[in-house]
Design a binder for this molecule. Sequence first.
Ligand SMILES: *Cc1c(COP(=O)(O)O)cnc(C)c1O
Length: 430
Amino acid sequence: MDHFPYRDRDLYCEGIPAFELAERFGTPLYVYSTAALVGRLEELHTAFAELNPLVCYSVKANSNLGLLKLMAGHGSGFDVVSGGELHRVLRAGGDPGRTVFAGVGKTDDEIRDALRLGVMLFNVESEAELEAIDAVAKAEGVKAPIALRVNPDVDPKTHRYISTGKKESKFGMDIDRALRAAESVRGREGLAMTGLHMHIGSQITSTEPYARAAAKAAELIDRLRGMGHDLRWCNMGGGFGIDYRGGESKPIASFAEVMVPRLKPTGCRLAMEPGRSIAGNAGILLSRVIFTKQSGDKRFVIQDAAMNDLIRPALYEGFHRIWPARVPEGVPSWPDDFEAAIPGTEPRDVVGPVCESGDFLARDRHLPPLHRGDLLATFSAGAYGMVMASNYNTRPRAAEVLVDGENARLVRRRETIDDLIGPELVGLEG
Ligand SMILES: *Cc1c(COP(=O)(O)O)cnc(C)c1O
């Protein structure tokens, strides 16, 4: 959390105290660090330099236009999974020619738009999709650049909801199927197979699945070239894990270490689609304690960020470090182990105001004494946080702020109730 340090027991984002941001912009508030975002992007560029990489930042991890603009400005391409995300890339000044388009259910309209905009690659997930892209491309009088999404059948040993590279996944095709599909591509004049795509899952903390996937990719590239396909891109997807607890992830360089030697002989350029590993630890969620409460033996901290703001704990048991933005005396200002019984703390459930028992950010978490109005920080919230936020319980979504040094810029204003009910007013007419 280099860019979210504690100084004199006060949490900062880069050069600005968290309490100042909360006062200025209100809570719940997502806060992102420019230096963290750009730093991770550069780390990827450096680690994979030998493969002349194109980082296609995975828009679904955090699609805020301010972040996308920042990424584009630092040379990032993009990975999109819908026409809507592609539109965001354009609005942020991103280059469609450096954008890859994935997703198991692309519609003809989305395919046509993407073709007209000139996306770099369609990551194709099924035979039916090949047919659809071929038909649309022929009607447009162009050749669609495609990469087959292949499941290398490696087990990334991550949460089952975010594992995608196994045989029984809804994504991509197994290797035999992909080879048959590649045969059929040769006869289709609307398609040009210029790449290969794999994405084996998310929050992968071991390098071994990548070593195996890269080896399979290299072998497959040979075979596809043997069929006459002119492969120039090897797209290894995203999925690099980050520290949520502290110390569980590997540095980007160690993933590069196992992938580069296996992919280098192919001569392909490397495309990659990191999302979480860029945005995850570049963001925190600030919230304020509304009430504290005790029921039986259980103690609750009820604060103003809820499952509708950050659903990862409820959806896939995601763990987030949570700590006061101003740490009282007598407790460490940054504990080594957030799951331990830290001296001066008591176990509490950190919950929101939403009417669901599943509305929690943490359970049985050791926290120092907290009071109404205290500010809490939920860490590692930059990826799969705001993008999954909803308006459940008619809760306006949080504001988002992008910090750069001592400068904080609102990149999404807090929603109003009118924003929420506006689309329904049509039903009140007449
Ligand atoms: C979700 C996704 C990614 C990004 O995954 P991260 O774990 O956030 O890096 C990349 N590619 C595809 C196809 C995805 O679905």
